[in-house]
Design a protein. Sequence first.
Length: 573
Amino acid sequence: MSLDPLQRLPLELSLHLCSYLPLSTLSSLHLTSSSWHAFLDAHAEILYRFCAYELLAPARQARWTTGNGKGKAPLRGDESLETLLGAKQNVRPEYWNVEGWREFCKRSVQLSQQWASPTPIISSKHLPLSHLIWRFRIDFSARLLISTAHQGGLFVHDLDDATLLWSLPKDQVDGHAHLEYDDGTLVYDTGERSLRAWRRADLMGVKDAKRGHFIQLDKDLTHPVRTRGFQLRYPTLCVVSDMGQAFIWDLSLSTPKLLRTLDIIPGAVGHLEQNDTHVLFSLGLHGYHFYAEDSDADDGRMLNPADLELNGANIFHVEHQRVDTPAAPIIPDRERSGSSGGSDGNASTLSRADHVVLRVRPGPYPEAKQGGERRMHLEDDEWGAGMIRGAVFVGVSKGGRVLVCTDWPGYLDGSAQADTCVSIVECLEPTDGLQDLGGWLTMGAGRAAFEVHDRVYILQLPTHGLLDASDRQPVLHALQSNAHPKVPLPISFMQLTEDSLLTTYAWIQVVRAPHIHIEVQKSVRIASWAYLEGQQAGWTTTGNEKEGEEEEKVAKAALWLEVGEEESEAEDE
């Protein structure tokens, strides 16, 4: 008598049992017999839907947020395919042009493999813009790139082809204006005490609104003291001053409304972050102050790295590869034009030399034995940008350190000790000096990207406990931040998504008219790990194309078997 479950069990029971199988086992069953192959094909959409939810389970368990807007709840586990695809913030929508759950699983696994690979196939693209970009933000649903400029003005471009859709002149938007954007609303500063907000015209009920056009809200947001920074998490805008005050605004109405004024510790440096319950302010030497938004008084909950009771197990360092990466040459003999774009060769495409894979090692860097500067001590370090996603907090410092706390709510309320949930990673060797410029931080899809000196690091974040510095640790990607290593051309904004890293990217060129001089030019560089066979126009890939094709064939052939084991391990953790 046959022992095949398809022969001995009701089909409904076989289907129910298969719904508990991991992806790798389903793939193996496809190869066992023609009857299993036919059975699994007939019920593919049901079974691979369960597999898709399992692939997303670690994100739900880690309480990663799906966006940064209020009311955007984490994934429940019963969404339709259309809902999941619509919620994705991806630079390359064609990657997720899938027809069913099985293909969704395949693309998800391929993307995970790319991030986990020490030799990923990275596609890159430079968006040519008509101005020297300062800050930018992305509207993924409307496919818009919104930016401000060094010389002033605000610009809205098509994200895919960089067509200019709408703009504001220099006399309305100051040079080096900071920009916040979320859920169709943008905000920029108009002086030391005032901000201005605009909303997408189609969301304001404007009939036949043109794509990318915005309508100004009824009044500016003015404050009684000098402001240092602001952050929008629609509809809540939080503004911070270095004079001991912060302001909470509601932008959901056509006339912005001031909800609360908070008394905070003086000396805020301008970096702030908020979620549904808390807002945090960076205090430089004193770390970070977490403030409960529904509290009427300062609750005094601080996360100051200098005061943490840490031991050697909490300190890590990045093991750098000492490779000679040639700087891009200064572009000569260029006539001044209206475009600073990178489509004509000014901005080099991403190469193997630009991308390296590094490792995190336990313990601090050994001090330089001779000739080098001593590293800034932890007690003297100044902390800048900080971000929270779910229970995970990440902060970066002037001394080139990155702090990762996997349970900041537990640490603040006393239920978790720092030595069990805080990791500090040193990224600057003792001879590198201090990080006087740059220091951007962004988080997305369980990773953090941060700028230290002339590199951007992309770190896979743990969901609990400390960083993994073992031989099985996740890949730490590093990219050159500009075309001229060791030249102070820091990034002025970056954003990390599930599939890509977007940054400003600078290079130097010689301009002959009206007289010979050197200029800095900038574009938006996109480095994407979502590789598709047959690149679209404007995208290039790293390394040898033949090698890339071979890697893709291997990945396809072993897709289910190679990753099924990794997914099972992730679920166990």
